[in-house]
Design a protein around this ligand. Structure first.
Ligand SMILES: [Fe+2]
Length: 508
């Protein structure tokens, strides 16, 4: 067998290899290997991904592991005591992927809770819980899930997750900025180093730090996640000199997430987009807004480096180029098909960054926020027309990225050319702050953007969605103080969208 063939067999855990060793001989000692916890994700109505990574010494370059594959046992049960085991198996934790394990289990029952654990040598992981989606053909009476985004370790405790667990959602969609490369000068909690990660080892260390956070660890052990990538997770708009760094960021991200779709090291085309069908009640198209888009910097005039930390550019015609795409051709076709052929009651897009337009006037000029869809207007128009020509389903957008809560009624957009008759709920950050220089451009321009019905930049938290066939309720849940590890949460605001009715109503 050649090296590549051997690598692939090892990655897939096929056959017994002379390099597969029990943990005791693969590590320096017999230290506990499950320091980064366990997780589940990418659930369907019949499958789930179970994740862990063996790292007895999480900040060591090799995680405290020898450079050989290790055999990990896993079990899946119907009860939290793991007494009624329904499936068990073995997976290989390979050094190629930092001894992470992604077990893809299928043939599961729909809408069912399962418990799982891993073991290696004498060590057993904690017991985790996951839940499959309702049967694709079923009509669930109600469904609850969460959208969250933007967690900077240095800005506060991830206490929002404690409240998410109490809310008992079926899953959490993490819209990106799962980690931050820098602290932006905050020192409330320290990253393992001030230096932004560049190499694979450095990215692994940063992920390890986040995975050891106790609130996040609990959430991963209790609730399945869907995750996508935003600008802080990986290098954006990489120049050729940064391709290796970007590839390292994606690989380390995969190694630490309960996801499928990664092919081989060095391949940047990681399939992150997801169609998440919740019976016939909701279809969610979760987008990858990072890997395939055209560069955000298209206009040469960089007049306002100090305005909003340089996130705004004067409007220029190049932005409106028909060929510009946020999603790339393949993903755009995939999304159009999802939206147009949708048969579920709610036809939902989950986007890392805000979708609906926001108009900025500054210094007598019109500016654009370059962080999201406002610099891909042609792509947005195409998505909007796909939403409008959908066979059925009430359209809705869920997004994050801007560290503030927004409820937006796109039908109220003043400029008819930019109007998109859809409601968007933007979740705030788990901890990442939105300092005054970033908030000011928005606050100053709110009077010219009457379609924004609610905006709150000072609170951290998440968005809780309660959905039935008749109505969609979104509650913005805010943590009172992210610097208090036991902080209570409050319901900041509550909104209702009625199926078939335009707009939204504030109900709390
Ligand atoms: Fe962010």
């Amino acid at each position: 067998m050649n090296r590549r063939g051997f690598l692939i067999r090892t990655l897939l855990g096929l056959g017994s290899s002379p390099l597969l060793l029990p943990l005791a001989s693969a590590t320096a000692g017999s230290a506990y290997p499950f320091t980064l916890g366990i997780a589940s994700g990418d659930v369907t109505d019949s499958a789930a991904v179970l994740w862990t990574r063996l790292a007895p010494d999480p900040f060591a370059a090799d995680g405290g592991m020898s450079p050989v594959g290790v055999c990990v046992q896993w079990e899946l049960a119907l009860d939290p005591q793991m007494s009624r085991v329904v499936r068990r198996g073995e997976a290989t934790a390979t050094p190629v992927f930092a001894h992470s394990v992604h077990v893809e289990i299928d043939g599961l029952d729909p809408d069912r809770e399962y418990w799982y654990c891993f073991s290696v040598a004498a060590h057993q992981s904690p017991i985790g819980r996951t839940k499959t989606l309702p049967n694709a053909d079923s009509c669930p009476e109600s469904f609850r899930f969460i959208t969250a985004s933007c967690q900077n370790y240095t800005h506060g405790y991830f206490v929002a997750y404690e409240h998410m667990i109490r809310d008992m959602p079926d899953f959490i969609i993490h819209l990106g900025d799962y980690f931050y490369e820098t602290s932006f000068g905050e020192t409330f909690r320290k990253h393992e180093t001030e230096k932004a990660p560049v190499s694979l080892t450095e990215f692994r260390r940063r992920h390890a730090l986040y995975k050891m956070d106790r609130h996040l660890k609990q959430a991963h052990a209790q609730i399945p996640f869907f995750t996508t990538i935003d600008n802080h997770d990986a290098v954006e708009d990489a120049d050729p000199g940064q391709f290796a760094q970007r590839a390292a960021a994606y690989q380390a991200w995969y190694e630490h997430m309960p996801v499928r779709g990664y092919s081989l090291p060095g391949d940047n085309h990681f399939e992150l987009r997801r169609r998440i069908p919740i019976g016939e009640l909701i279809q969610i198209s979760l987008l990858d807004g990072r890997q395939f888009r055209d560069k955000k910097e298209v206009c040469e005039n960089n007049d306002y480096p100090d305005y909003g930390f340089g996130n705004y550019r004067e409007r220029c015609e190049l932005v409106f180029d028909e060929n510009r795409s946020m999603l790339g051709k393949d993903q755009e076709q995939w999304l159009t098909r999802n939206l147009v052929e949708n048969t579920a009651t709610w036809n939902v897009i989950a986007s890392p960054g805000p979708f609906l337009p926001f108009r900025y006037q500054h210094d007598g000029k019109e500016l654009r926020y370059i962080g999201a869809w406002d610099v891909y207007p042609a792509n947005r128009t195409r998505v909007a027309s796909a939403l409008e020509s959908a066979r059925s389903g009430h359209p809705l957008i869920l997004s994050g990225d801007v560290h503030s809560f927004w409820a937006v009624d796109g039908a109220q957009i003043e400029d008819p050319g930019e109007r998109v008759p859809v409601v968007e709920f933007v979740t705030s950050s788990v901890t990442a702050n939105w300092p005054e220089p970033l908030a000011r451009p928005i606050t100053e321009n709110l009077p010219y953007n009457k379609h924004v019905q609610f905006y709150e930049p000072d609170m951290r938290g998440y968005a809780l969605h309660d959905v039935s066939a008749a109505e969609w309720k979104t509650t913005f849940r805010a943590v009172e103080n992210v610097r208090d590890a036991a902080s209570p949460a409050i319901n900041l605001a509550e909104f209702l969208v009625e199926r078939g009715e335009p707009g939204l109503t504030r109900t709390g």
